[in-house]
Design a protein around this ligand. Structure first.
Ligand code: HSE
Length: 432
């Protein structure tokens, strides 16, 4: 039987999961490919820490240089994360005639153009299913089964860590800080968990989804993002009162002026399936003109769900399926950009606004005046009497009807200048 020799760069949580599947379930890979797949080297700078798997002797190494030129290796799996040396390693693998499988969304989102051009130049492929939503086969669905559609929208929960934190906070039992460290222990969080909670991880994934779903060649840095740091337990209570849950949503939505792209904490109506996605689960709702609405849900982070997508890519690469898809997609090809990206000020949507205000006559009148002057209409309002009227400011919650983003942001700046408005206005998007 033919042997396929594979090398893995990065022996962290996900790398260990890939090694477990390749060593412990070699029969499955053989059955799928008709070949014997051998993981002959695992390269990591740390070769002393014990991992949760026994490796055959000689597999673990720290010298990447000796691997690139080895003609027997045909597939390199990059799981180091980060931009460098991951970018250089992937380029070296491609230049040396090896196909690449990677889970590195930062790398794809940042250097997709260079990497895909290099792969084409050397007649090689890059598979990256695990880069977005871990175990959910969303990239494969967008690039194959849903091809007959013009997509209308993608609404997605793409960051397991922030979804886990929001779920824990919503239950009222865990502090923000405890939830972050628990997500780290469970292997969901990035090496730098700030990227999970500030929306960076999510915009990088959204840039990849927008590229595959809409042909949008957009830099992740230009996608507006807001993280979950400004959300307080009080927001979950008011959201519940209004019939919503809070989720960090990544949105790509086609509208008359082009594609709206943003990542932001959003009040999602309780009967929307995205509202019911809890813990580290990810979910993607795709709406296409022929298929209608399709909903995907699964674990987007963690060892084996992510490894499942990576080994699936290894199998597709061996079978030649990756090459067929890769050739036809024109990924990160600026000449093939098929959609205009809308300027953030022109987005339209509903909002939730939380104010701390002095509880005195005329405050509502002033606030509604600022909004009304910009054509922003109030949809609902909540104010509960504070327990201690003399010491506590009042909390005022407003939701708005659809408004132009530029008008709303200007109104918020003006509202924050009103003497009766204390501190910052917290703004979340609202989606039904
Ligand atoms: N840190 C990511 C998340 C997993 O929490 O979703 C890898 O993309």
């Amino acid at each position: 039987m033919d042997k396929i020799k594979v090398v893995l760069f990065g022996f962290g949580t996900i790398g260990t999961g890939v090694a477990k599947i390749l060593f412990n379930h070699a029969d499955r890979i053989t059955q799928a490919t008709g070949k014997t797949v051998e993981l002959i080297k695992i390269c990591d700078k740390d070769i002393t820490t014990r991992r949760d798997i026994e490796l055959p002797s000689g597999v673990l190494c720290s010298d990447a240089e000796s691997i690139f030129g080895d003609p027997e290796i045909t597939i390199g799996i990059e799981l180091m994360g980060g931009l460098e040396p991951a970018r250089t390693f992937v380029l070296r693998l491609l230049e040396n005639g090896k196909d690449v499988v990677t889970a590195n969304k930062a790398l794809i989102a940042q250097h997709g153009n260079e990497l895909f051009n290099t792969a084409q130049k050397f007649n090689r492929t890059i598979a990256f299913e695990a880069a977005v939503c871990g175990g959910i086969p969303i990239l494969s669905a967008l690039s194959t089964a849903l091809q007959a559609n013009t997509l209308q929208s993608i609404n997605a929960i793409v960051n397991g860590t922030s979804n886990y934190i929001l779920s824990q906070m919503e239950s009222g039992k865990t502090s923000y800080r405890d939830a972050v460290s628990q997500a780290q222990k469970l292997g969901y969080a990035e090496a730098n968990p700030a990227m999970d909670v500030d929306g960076t991880d999510a915009v990088q994934k959204l840039a990849i989804l927008a590229q595959l779903g809409f042909g949008a060649n957009v830099s992740w840095k230009n996608i507006p993002r807001l993280g979950i740091e400004s959300i307080e337990s009080i927001d979950f209570r008011y959201a519940k009162e209004l019939g919503y849950r809070i989720k960090l949503l990544a949105v790509a939505e086609r509208s008359s002026g082009g594609l709206e792209l943003h990542v932001s904490p959003t009040l999602v109506k309780g009967d929307n399936p995205l509202a019911r996605v809890r813990d580290a689960f990810n979910a993607v709702r795709v709406v296409g003109d022929s298929v209608g609405s399709v909903f995907f849900q699964g674990l987007g982070a963690g060892q084996l769900p992510t490894a499942s997508a990576i080994v699936g890519d290894v199998i597709d690469t061996i079978l030649g399926r990756t090459a067929i898809t890769f050739r036809t997609l024109h990924l990160w090809d600026s000449a093939k950009t098929s959609v205009a990206i809308k300027s953030p000020n022109e987005f339209f949507g509903k909002s939730y606004l939380r104010f701390s205000v002095q509880d005195q006559p005329g405050v509502m009148h002033e606030i509604s005046g600022v909004l009304g002057n910009r054509g922003i209409s109030i949809a609902s309002m909540i104010q509960h009497e504070p327990e201690n009227k003399t010491t506590e400011p009042a909390v005022l919650i407003l939701t708005t009807h659809e408004a132009r983003e530029g008008d709303l942001l200007e109104a918020i700046i003006q509202l924050q200048q009103l003497p009766a408005v204390l501190g910052k206005v917290v703004r979340l998007r609202v989606q039904n």
